[in-house]
Every structure is written in C-alpha cells, then in structure tokens.
Design a protein. Structure first.
Ligand code: ADP
Ligand code: LRH
Length: 485
C-alpha cells in the first residue's frame, strides 16, 4: 500500500509549526518538522503580525519537512488564525504589515457599522457573533483611515502565504466565513450587505473550497527549500478552527468540541446555521466547516489569559505553575472568561484580580492562585457554552471532545469534565495540523467522508478520557456569582 507525505503549515497566535503527515489507507502518523514562535510586534502605529518572519518560518519548515520525506512532498496545506489579512497593491506587493486582531483600531467601529445595518440584521445575514475584530470591522476602520487607497487585493493570512509560495490568489471559504461578509446558508458572498456597507468585494480573490487545488510551489521556492517539484498546494480548512474541528475524533454524532489554544472555541457541528435572535443575544457564531457544515460555537478567551500572566511573571515553568494551581481550593473566585475586556494584551494578573474584586469574590494573589482562577473560569465558560449551544441548536450531546494545546493541561481537562458533567475525551493536541493533512489526503482519494476521517483519528491518535466528578451544583453556584451582578 502506498503511503503519502503531506506538509501541514499551521500558524497559531502563539506559535507556528510545519508538520508532516504520513497517510496510508488505514494509517496516519504526524511528526513535527519545525516549530517557531509567533511574536506580534508593537510599533508606534499599533500591534502588527511579523508576517515576514512567519513566512521565513514556513520556508524553514518546508525545508525540514522535505528532509523528513526524501525531498518529496505530495502536497502542502496552510491554515492559520482567522479574520486577519494583508493588502496588496496593483503589482501584488504587500502594503504594510498585517494588523493584529488585538489591535485597538476597531474601537467604536461596530457602532458605526450598525448605524447602517442594525446588529440584528447583520447577524441574520452572516451568522457571526459580535467580535470587534471581525474582518468587516477591521476593513471598515482601514477604509475610513484611507488605507485602502492603493489596495487592489485583500488576502487572508493563509491565502497570503499560499500566494507567496505559488503566485496564485484565492480566498478559502472556511476562513472567508469569519470575515462577516459570507452568507452561511449559501456559502457565497453577501453582495447586498457589502453594497450597503460600502465594502468592495472586488478586493477578495475568488472563493476556494477545502480540497481545491491552490497552485504549485514556485521554482524559486523549491530551490530555496530543497524540495523536488512539482509540489502542489491544496486548499484545506484554512481557518485553524475549521481544521481542528475536522480532526475531532468523535465516533458518534452526539458530541460537542472545545478547540483549546490561545482561544477556547466551544460548540457543535451542525448541518445548518442557527440565526435566531436568541442565538445572537447569546453571542454564538456560525462559521463554516467542511462539506457545508456549520461550526456553531462561542469564542472564550482561552489560555490567552494564562499566556499573558506567564509573560507578566517572567516565564516561570508551566508544569510547576499547574501543580501549584492544582493545590489551590477549587472555585474560590471566577471571572467571566467570555468577556472581551480580556482581549487586549497587558497587565493580565492585575485585570483578573480587579475582576474578582469587582464581583465581590476573594482576590487571588499568588501565581498559583491566579492560575487556578483562570482554569476554573475557563472550565465554567466551557460549561456555559456547551450547555447553551445544545439548547439553542436543539442538539444534545453525550461527550465533550477537547483538542489543541489545552489537551496538555490535565487539570483543565478534568475541570471541564466536572463543570460540564460529561465525559471529556482529550486529544489530539495537533488537531489543526491533522485536519489540514487529512483534507489534503481526502482530495487525493486516500480517505473517505468526514466520519471515515474521524474514525481514522480515533483509531490512530492517543486520547485521554476524563470522567466527571463531584456533581455540577458548585459550578452552577459559581456561575451565579458572575450572572447575579
Ligand atoms: P495556538 O495554536 O493558539 O498558538 P496551541 O494550540 O499551540 O495554541 O496551545 C498553546 C497553549 O497550550 C499554551 O498557551 C499552553 O497553555 C498550552 N500548553 C502547551 N504546552 C503545554 C504543557 N506542556 N503543559 C500544559 N499546557 C501546555
Ligand atoms: C483561533 C482563531 C479563532 C478566531 C481567532 C481570531 O486561532 O482562529 O477561531 O476567532 O483565532
């Protein structure tokens, strides 16, 4: 039987990696070829992605991936965090560094957009939860600041990197669904909405579906990376969360998922969007997944809260910190981990302490106490999102799958099982890369439908099961401290 080698470029907000997936008809193996930090840079005009250093990381990664596979790769796929983009001029040259979604430029922009198209109408048309960083708001801010004057093309981050590798431009659909300019019922651009908001959809390259060919690596890049051509690039679920959800190793249909990393994305896979007013009020989003599925989920601040504290504390050992946190009594204080007040960088330990004080709870002081407060708060937010998603979509579940970097945090997984009152199956850790690899393999006919793909993962990937303990009463009580205010 033939085994093929696929490279998955997966860029998270905290690190980028290039993984090699070796896929046979009944086998799947993933190895890390290269990992590099993703360090945003604050310049006087604001917070920016260092996209050239990320591209250099991708090239280093492809070189390493080739070295793992005798210089030959059957295809390359790229996924990254959502919503952000680069602008190109008429010659195809990048106009400035892509703006980071945590940059403050979108403050007050949503209100201006809603004056044209009310928030309720916007939700009914696009199904996207309100987040200040949705591409629509970023693009409105850029336009109003005159920054689109020389822009001929807008490429979302994975599409920009694919363009640099191949010379070809496209807009992959799952990530396009995070722009707030796509109709989730049709998977097409919302032309009417864009016209009313004065957004020029001509800036976007034609849509691509996951599995579509996305060009061939340029000869100069082959030379630079030591790869033997031709190497095709395949469109995958280029939104990292779409790739991660594709790699949830569920064996049945009654499952919820939490993609944990810098963010926690908690919700369900649905056949159709939920566009009700109740769903909007609960701030659930309808992003698009593979094969016309909908990723019905809520954004929770995620391990960003811990990353920022760890940065403030001068990078102590994570393992030790988590051991200290495990020794702190449970649920002493919790914060609302869904609160956009935690979006911006800086002063995180202080902001968490302030939130506890403001809600009349004991103020955590030591790093161990603050870490415990973060993990309890994340588990509580996971519980709330999964409970509300089931109710709003009328789709009950029996199990919660956790994928992504957070699967390495056993305390968080156990707390999530306890809070949800459901078993948690944790793994795989590199879900986005696996989903990326499997969509490439599927495009080449190596795996079948979504369920086959999930069965292959369940058979081949190490998974850890956590049973719920202690009843959910104390979690309900903790929630009431936040909602009673
Ligand atoms: P992203 O893709 O958003 O950059 P990841 O999925 O790589 O994020 O997850 C990163 C997070 O995983 C870190 O913030 C950290 O909290 C957690 N993590 C990574 N390694 C470990 C570890 N050894 N133990 C516990 N948690 C870990
Ligand atoms: C996670 C993620 C998430 C988006 C955010 C901007 O990496 O893609 O799904 O909401 O980044």
């Amino acid at each position: 039987t033939s085994v093929r080698s696929y490279a998955a470029v997966d860029l998270g907000a905290s690190s980028g990696r290039v993984m090699v997936g070796r896929v046979g008809t009944d086998s799947l193996e993933l190895t890390e070829a290269h990992r590099f930090v993703n360090r945003p840079v604050r310049v006087p005009e604001g917070l920016r992605w260092d996209v050239l250093s990320l591209y250099a990381g991708v090239l280093d990664g492809l070189r390493a991936a080739g070295a793992h596979s005798g210089g030959r790769l059957d295809s390359v796929g790229i996924d990254s965090w959502a919503v952000d983009y680069g602008l190109l001029d008429a010659d195809g040259a990048l106009l400035g560094n892509p703006v980071h979604y945590r940059d403050a430029r979108t403050e007050g922009v949503a209100e201006k957009v809603w004056a044209n198209v009310p928030a309720a109408e916007l939700y009914a048309a696009t199904g996207l939860q309100y987040a200040p960083f949705n591409t629509l708001y970023q693009l409105t801010a850029a336009r109003d600041a005159g920054q689109l004057a020389h822009a001929e093309r807008l490429l979302l981050i994975p599409d920009l990197l694919a363009y640099w590798l191949t010379g070809e431009q496209g807009t992959e659909l799952t990530n396009a669904s995070t722009t707030q300019l796509i109709d989730p019922r049709t998977g097409e651009w919302s032309y009417g909405l864009a016209a009313r908001l004065g957004i020029d959809l001509g800036l976007f390259a034609p849509l691509r579906q996951p599995g579509d060919p996305a060009g061939t690596i340029r000869p100069e890049v082959l030379e630079e990376t030591g790869l033997t051509g031709p190497v095709p690039v395949t469109a995958v679920g280029s939104h990292d969360t779409a790739s991660a959800v594709a790699a949830v190793p569920a064996t049945g249909e009654r499952f919820a998922y939490i993609c944990t990393g810098t963010w926690s994305l908690a919700g369900l896979e649905l056949d159709a969007p939920v566009l009700t007013e109740e769903s909007r009020a609960a701030n659930f989003t309808n992003e698009l997944g593979l094969d016309g599925t909908v990723r019905y989920l809520r954004n929770i601040m995620g391990l960003w809260l811990l990353q920022e504290c760890v940065r403030a504390w001068g990078d102590p050992d994570l393992g030790e910190l988590l051991r200290d946190a495990a020794a702190v009594p449970a649920l002493r204080s919790v914060v609302d981990a869904g609160d956009a007040a935690f979006l911006a960088p800086g002063r995180m330990p202080e902001r968490i302490a302030e939130a506890c004080r403001a809600s009349g709870q004991p103020v955590p002081r030591t790093p161990g106490e603050i870490t415990r407060c973060i993990l309890d708060s994340l588990a509580l937010a996971h519980r709330r999102a999964i409970e509300e998603a089931q109710r709003l979509a009328d789709q009950p579940v029996d199990v919660v799958h956790i994928v992504g970097g957070g699967t390495r945090n056993a305390l968080l997984c156990q707390l999530t099982a306890d809070a949800c009152g459901l078993p948690v199956v944790a793994g795989p850790t590199e879900a986005a890369a696996l989903g990326n690899v499997l969509v490439q393999a599927r495009a080449h006919g190596l795996v079948g439908d979504r369920a086959d793909l999930r069965r292959l993962l369940a058979r081949t990937q190490p998974l850890t099961r956590y049973e719920p303990q202690g009843g959910t009463g104390r979690w309900r009580e903790a929630q009431s401290r936040l909602t009673a205010r």
